[in-house]
Write a protein that binds this ligand. Sequence first.
Ligand code: BGC
Length: 404
Amino acid sequence: MIEFPKNFLWGAATSAYQVEGNNFNSDWWPWEKKTGLTESGDACRSYELFREDYDIAKALGHNVHRLSVEWARIEPEEGIFSEKEIQHYKDVILALKERGIQPVVTLHHFTNPIWFFNIGGWENPKAAEYFRRFSEKIVSALKNDVHFWVTINEPMVYLYFAYLSGNWPPQKKSLLAANRALGNIIEAHVYSYRVINKIYKDNNLEKPLISIAHNMQAFVACRDNLKDKAAAFIRDKLFNRDIIKTLISRRSLDYIGLNYYSRSLVEVKRWGIMNFLGDVCESGHKSLKKNDMGWDIYPQGIYGLLTELKVFKLPIFILENGICAVDDNLKWEFIKEHLEYIHKAIGEGANVLGYIYWSLLDNFEWDKGFWPRFGLVEVDYNTYQRRVRESGKKFAEVCKTNRL
Ligand code: BGC
């Protein structure tokens, strides 16, 4: 049996667009109609059913819950804020508080208002200012009940799918556009960080803790040769470490929000920049168990990353870790093994504040639709009934006892 530090935070995450339903003012909505690939529709109907969801989280012993607010609901037209929707999110936060669950609130989780999209989205030179204004509005409304803020979810993943691979809106494939957007996203985070702190200070509230949710992969060299090892090192630097360094140098990171799912097995086929940045091993000779979307299950990766992150001397909060699997035994095995490695890293000095599983519920998995099942809780998309899985119950024991 292993025991976690006192006051460890335990919970699960959701994001607005993935669970609420009918976010028709967000850029994903027309993208769904245009591509016909997926349709979020009613999603999990959590816009109405959030109290029921939080009853479940409470029964499962969660003391923290990560959620996001939908910018497009709050500011459906440029500069026009909806008091009704702001009140909605106040009700959401209150519902968590009433159940003794601490909220961790994300301001941007992959989706943008359509008006923002139409003026160039994250490429617009004024993007950071728009995001600052939105942050100011919603943070002022929620400040009394929120201590942990996440400005932007997974900037690098978002940039990759929206501006490099061309999958997500605005479906660009341009390094130049990606770079412009990255610059503006960093600026937006810094502006938002500053305005959040100012609001708390002006209101004599305890300083909140603010970060991004940063997706890190375990880049593992396939072969014991210089080429693969150098490429793994470079990818770790570019994808994992650089943005953390940048935000620390801008004095805008109070903790490191870590999202971890999988490894990437680096095998450079030939000398060349793109090969160095992108080649992965495809032969399957080092194959591991996989989740339903084919991602390797590699629990030791989280240990490696937590160990590596110690140099930054900031607390680390695991904001996402999870698996989509219809095999519920595999889901529990995944959680258990990751928790064991997290515990080992803590024992060796990693300062980890808590663990948030992705996701509380099965939900809308972006361009994949509804089939990947990440939830501790199964959602029946015909009846919208929720049913706690065995893995969810086992995880609940950990949350309640602080032990595994
Ligand atoms: C994202 C979630 C997504 C999950 C599983 C994370 O990268 O933050 O929105 O559902 O991974 O793919």
